[in-house]
Design a protein around this ligand. Structure first.
Ligand code: IMP
Ligand code: MG
Length: 190
């Protein structure tokens, strides 16, 4: 049963419901367990703030391999709905034994691919054993750089979505599903 709060009334259509989100996370967690176990390295999930907070949390609970969680804040978006293509890292991960670390950068969604491709380089420079990418949602139609996530949940159409961590102007992150806003609501943010 969805949590129907006032923000949910602004949703035109649910694109990925709670059950599907849970199943996708379960599938990704099993793939990660298999790969990390084979590597014998330490697993570090890097939550890309703020959008992937819910996804990272649910994923961490479903992964059986012991792991650490760290955070990075990188934004390529202003208050609106169009990528600027620029990446600002305003919060970086703490110290880790990078040479022994299997890094998985956990993203909510890949759009142009700019954020994730720049983050990959950022962690490669730290000397991580492996730098892998994980994205819950993917909008391949919008890609500006060649990038295919190592772990991913679902491809979605070229629509601006909110919920399950995803926001517009910091709103709607708390919704337990991913949905598309009503056109009259989207207009307020463009
Ligand atoms: P990219 O750098 O263009 O791939 O953008 C990635 C980031 O933009 C994601 O981590 C999100 O924070 C944000 N983003 C992209 N598409 C959406 C969307 O449909 N809704 C909300 N945020 C989005
Ligand atoms: Mg994000």
């Amino acid at each position: 049963m969805n949590k129907y709060n006032r923000d949910a009334l602004d949703i035109e259509r649910v694109l990925v419901d709670e059950e599907t989100l849970s199943a996708l996370t379960e599938k990704i967690a099993a793939e990660i367990d298999r790969d990390v176990e084979a590597s014998g390295k330490e697993l570090l999930l890097v939550c890309v703030l703020k959008g992937s907070l819910m996804f990272t949390s649910d994923l961490a609970k479903k992964i059986k391999t012991p792991l650490e969680i760290d955070f990075i804040k990188a934004s390529s978006y202003g208050g609106g709905t169009v990528s600027t293509g620029e990446l600002n890292i305003s919060l970086d991960c703490g110290k880790h034994n990078w040479a022994n670390t299997y890094v998985i950068i956990v993203e909510d969604i890949i759009d142009s691919g700019n954020t994730l491709s720049k983050l990959i380089r950022h962690f490669e420079k730290k000397g991580a054993y492996a730098v892998k990418t994980c994205a819950l949602l993917d909008k391949p139609e919008r890609r500006e750089v060649e990038l295919c996530p190592d772990y991913f949940g679902q491809v979605i159409p070229n629509e601006f979505v909110v919920g399950y961590g995803l926001d517009v102007d910091e709103k709607y992150r708390e919704l337990p599903f991913v949905g598309i806003l009503k056109p009259e609501i989207i207009k307020k943010y463009i």
